[in-house]
Design a protein around this ligand. Structure first.
Ligand code: NCD
Ligand code: ZN
Ligand code: ZN
Length: 432
């Protein structure tokens, strides 16, 4: 079976995969969609998937592609190839590029690039404020009505700190069923320098601290604004137990709030910082073991709705600095499923059906993306990832398809589940 075969329009028959934990069945991929396996032509390419799990193609709510502006760190082409290797068929591309995605033209430009070179669907996230400056609303309505059909708006990298601007953004997006995705960080409590969870260790290491209340305080405020405006709020990269408590309270009140957690916040703790390795410098920062446990519980019980990678590639010369001077962020697309298997599936906190909801159908629904996150059913677009639940390997940052090397998992033994990915019937990744 070669990629050329798929592209020549031959049937692909996937035999005996466990469909998202519901038991083994066959799948037929024809002309970009799933068809009835009983109709397979005799010359169909056959994929023996016995012992493998089939999941709907994963959807990442939180990817940084760096194009335009920092193509030395990542491009649409390399970032979506990394996405396909991670099992993703769609990524939401954050707006903090240069120029910022704060106009319909910028969003449509990104769509155009992706249509030429993408190995996954690229969905532009629109900025909330012009230039991410937190002062004036960006062209939310024009972006929503553009060919990009923008529904997710975020100043990610910056918090929409001004409560009045946040209120207006929530009011505005309600008209087209949009959502405001907040990078919750009170800039007065956690300034630009804050780079370590505030606590005993930040004091000992001499690193500027980032108190948990800087996150939970903004989330509590935004939940109340979402309730006031009857609009949709999404909380990016939840990192603390206190924020989980606020989310539980918000959901009990019936507020339309959703939240994501990153793979790194599900496994790594602030203790990684004792070596001052800037690879582990990320915003929000790595937290305590108690926070990690609370985040896992919240993802398990649905208080946190989704996994978002916050894939944040950085060129070597932006990362290789003293800890306080290095850029914030780490890679995530290629290893997200591996970390979810390690932290959630193996300990029994999530089944495969839950993985399909937390990493595919729920993110697709939050972003109002038709054609993604759909069940593996006849007539649906063939967005599919085959996974081997048992396979493990040691992560090698130099084997990455990303242009950047800021991989926090380098040298770690982790599950290595991805076997093959199809996006709209086109094979976008095959394990070699
Ligand atoms: N997460 C990070 O540490 N960095 C992100 C910005 C962000 O997600 O806030 C980036 O763009 O590099
Ligand atoms: Zn952020
Ligand atoms: Zn981000």
């Amino acid at each position: 079976m070669t990629q050329a075969d798929d592209e020549q329009g031959r049937d692909v028959l996937v035999l005996g995969a466990d469909l998202a934990g519901r038991g083994p069945a066959d799948l037929l991929i024809r002309d970009g969609s799933f068809a009835d396996p009983a109709d397979a032509r005799p010359d169909a390419d056959r994929v023996d998937a016995a012992g493998l799990v089939a999941l709907p193609g994963l959807v990442d709510l939180h990817t940084h592609l760096r194009e335009p502006g920092r193509e030395d760190a990542e491009t649409v082409e390399t970032g979506t190839r990394a996405a396909a290797r991670g099992g993703y068929t769609a990524v939401l591309a954050m707006a903090n590029t240069n120029p910022v995605t704060d106009t319909a033209e910028a969003a449509e430009h990104l769509l155009g690039v992706a249509s030429r070179v993408g190995s996954a669907q690229v969905v532009p996230v629109g900025a909330v404020s012009k230039g991410l400056e937190g002062e004036e609303l960006a062209e939310l309505g024009l972006m929503a009505r553009s060919a990009a059909r923008t529904r997710v708006f975020s100043d990610d990298g910056h918090c929409v700190a001004d409560a009045r601007l946040m209120r207006r953004a929530l009011e505005y997006v309600r008209a087209f069923d949009g959502v405001v995705a907040q990078h919750a960080q009170d800039p007065r409590l956690a300034g630009r320098d804050a780079c370590c969870a505030e606590g005993e260790l930040s004091g000992r290491l001499g690193l500027p601290g980032w108190p948990a209340v800087a996150e939970a305080g903004i989330v509590a405020r935004d939940v109340q604004l979402a309730e006031l405006t009857r609009s949709r709020l999404h909380v990016c990269h939840v990192s603390t137990a206190e924020t989980v408590d606020v989310l539980r309270w918000a959901k009990q009140r019936g507020v339309e709030v959703t939240a994501e957690v990153t793979p790194h916040h599900l496994l790594l703790t602030v203790d990684e910082l004792t070596g001052y390795d800037p690879t582990f410098k990320v915003n929000p920062p790595l937290r305590s073991g108690e926070d990690v446990a609370a985040l896992r519980d919240a993802l398990s019980d649905g208080t946190i709705d989704a996994v978002g990678t916050d894939h944040a590639p950085h060129a070597r010369h932006d990362k290789e600095h003293a800890f306080v001077d290095a850029a914030f962020g780490m890679l995530g697309l290629e290893t997200a499923l591996a970390v979810v298997v390690e932290t959630m599936v193996r300990p029994g906190a999530l089944g495969w059906g839950d993985v399909a909801t937390r990493m595919s159908s729920v993110p697709a629904h939050i972003a109002r993306l038709p054609g993604q996150g759909r069940p593996l059913r006849v007539g649906e677009p063939a967005n599919l990832v085959l996974v081997d639940p048992e396979r493990r390997s040691v992560v090698d940052r130099d084997a990455s398809l990303s242009l950047s090397r800021n991989n926090p998992w380098h040298g770690r033994d982790l599950p290595d589940p991805m076997v093959a990915t199809w996006w709209g019937g086109r094979r976008t990744f095959t394990r070699s």
